[in-house]
Design a binder for this molecule. Structure first.
Ligand code: SIN
Length: 474
């Protein structure tokens, strides 16, 4: 395993710590510093002090350091994957994929660092020139979730660092180890101390307040629930901080009767059961047209029944635990309420005997739009399947949510593909695809699913300020 002790969290006093548990076994796997507010303040000052040298380095120097970081992450892919699985529970194969996905943002933005172009605007007067330059916004703070303990950090800090900003990250208290490992590897890669700092703490509200209200911090980025995001956004208003919010989702997954049903089932499996249903873009509601409803449910249920539930570190596991007891209780309540209102558990529908934090992969049929589960972000391995008659009805149902992150549909008629793609009120749409995430495309939502875009050539813009310069007397 990576040597992570004593190299990182340089500002932590070490007098106070909290345990990190493996959600599959309940074992305590590490203790990390429970940093004080004073230590977080010191980190903010250090980030501010480190900023000028990092910002003023040539873009190609920042890019080279980031590429070394990328290469070190990939050289340690297996160890990082094991850390992810141990603290977040996802199967090892998925964890390996997450390391590569996370590293891809560093590589992408290292390349983008060299392409932060300005503009010359045709002047309105002969002796003047109008110039636009883009500059690093300043110190950045981020609060990241437990479901992607590596990738949600790199997707934020890589564009920040490429732009010339320094960054402070508070990882979720259940998954701090991956974050610490990333910081260690950044230092080993030669990224100057304090350009990237991880602050671990059991006081999310207090630290969240500092990271969203401190005047030195000019940009805040968050991935997590819509409820918490709204609160953090209000806090950012106190210093008019630029904010990016990647919040909750309620993704519809629509199967039209002209779809390739086998492809739709394969897409449904990856979209729904990745990380045991614990992603913001997981399909949350399955709408299947009447004519293919029974065929889809039968094939989907068979594929779900074949999932291998267990500790993510065990060979062959395809569905790991939920993150904690509260998550299991929430999913249990949603399924019980739906079943008592007339839904049928075709497969699953109960907790799983693999352990306290496990829930059986579940398919619910006969689900109706008015049931409570329709408006809930399930965040677990449960797929409610609804039936619909026509395009107009399903578009209305699909958009009937305050969320607007990801949507998916399977169809082959070209006219329908364009109509539905354009009518869905979502930031991302997968057409005949169940996985849409990649570093080269803009990730983000509309409505209450968030603000801003991460990844892609758009992702660096949130970490830059535009400066207009009028040159006169020429
Ligand atoms: C998320 O669940 O927030 C991220 C999912 C992804 O990047 O694919």
């Amino acid at each position: 395993m990576l040597e992570i002790e004593n190299k990182s969290l340089l500002r932590a006093s070490g007098t106070n710590s909290f345990p990190v548990e493996n959600p599959a076994t309940g074992d305590v796997i590490a203790h990390v510093p429970n940093m004080t507010e004073a230590e977080v303040l010191t980190a903010i000052e250090a980030a501010d002090a480190a900023m000028p040298a990092w910002r003023d380095a040539l873009a190609k120097e920042r890019a080279a350091a980031m590429m070394r970081w990328h290469d070190l992450i990939m050289a340690n892919q297996e160890d990082l994957a094991r850390i992810i699985t141990a603290e977040c529970g996802k199967p090892l194969a998925e964890a390996r994929g997450e390391v590569a996905y996370g590293a891809s943002f560093i590589q992408w933005f290292a390349e983008e660092a060299k392409r932060v172009y300005g503009d010359m605007i045709p002047s309105t007067l002969p002796n003047k020139r109008i110039m636009v330059i883009k500059q690093a916004i300043g110190v950045v703070s981020a609060i990241t979730p437990w479901n992607f303990p590596v990738a949600m950090i790199t997707r934020k800090v890589a564009p920040a660092m490429a732009a010339g900003c320094t960054a402070i990250v508070r990882p979720a208290e259940s998954t701090p180890l991956s974050a610490i490992a990333l910081e260690v590897l950044a230092l080993e890669a030669g990224i100057p101390k304090d350009v990237l700092q991880v602050v671990t703490s059991l006081k999310p509200q207090k630290v969240g307040e500092l990271l969203t209200t401190h005047p030195t911090i000019r940009k805040f980025s968050f991935t997590g629930s819509t409820a918490v995001g709204k609160q953090l956004l209000m806090q950012c208003a106190s210093t008019v901080k630029k904010a990016s919010m990647e919040l909750g989702g309620n993704a519809p997954f629509i199967v039209f009767d002209d779809a390739d049903i086998d492809a739709a089932v394969a897409g449904a499996m990856v979209s729904k059961y990745r990380n045991a249903g614990q992603t913001c873009v997981c399909a949350n509601r399955f709408y299947v047209q009447e004519g293919v409803y029974d065929a889809f449910v039968e094939k989907f249920a068979a594929a779900v029944a074949a999932l291998k539930v267990g500790d993510g570190a065990a060979e062959g596991t395809t569905c790991g635990p939920l993150i904690n007891q509260a998550a299991v209780e929430k999913v249990t309540g949603l399924v019980e309420t739906a079943v008592s209102a007339g839904a049928k558990a075709v497969v699953g529908g109960t907790k799983h005997e693999a352990g306290d934090n496990f829930y059986a992969p579940t398919v619910l049929s006969n689900v109706r739009h008015e049931m409570d589960i329709t408006q809930a972000e399930i965040f677990g391995p449960v797929a409610p399947v609804y039936s619909f008659k026509d395009e107009a009805e399903v578009i209305q149902c699909a958009n009937d949510t305050p969320y607007g992150l990801a949507a998916y549909f399977y169809a082959r008629d070209l006219g329908r593909v364009f109509r539905v793609m354009e009518a869905l009120e979502y930031g991302m749409v997968g057409v005949n695809e169940g996985i849409i995430s990649t570093e080269v495309a803009p990730f983000g939502g509309v409505k209450e699913s968030g603000l801003g875009r991460e990844g892609s050539r758009y992702g660096i813009e949130d970490y830059l300020e535009i400066k207009y310069c009028l040159l006169g007397g020429l």
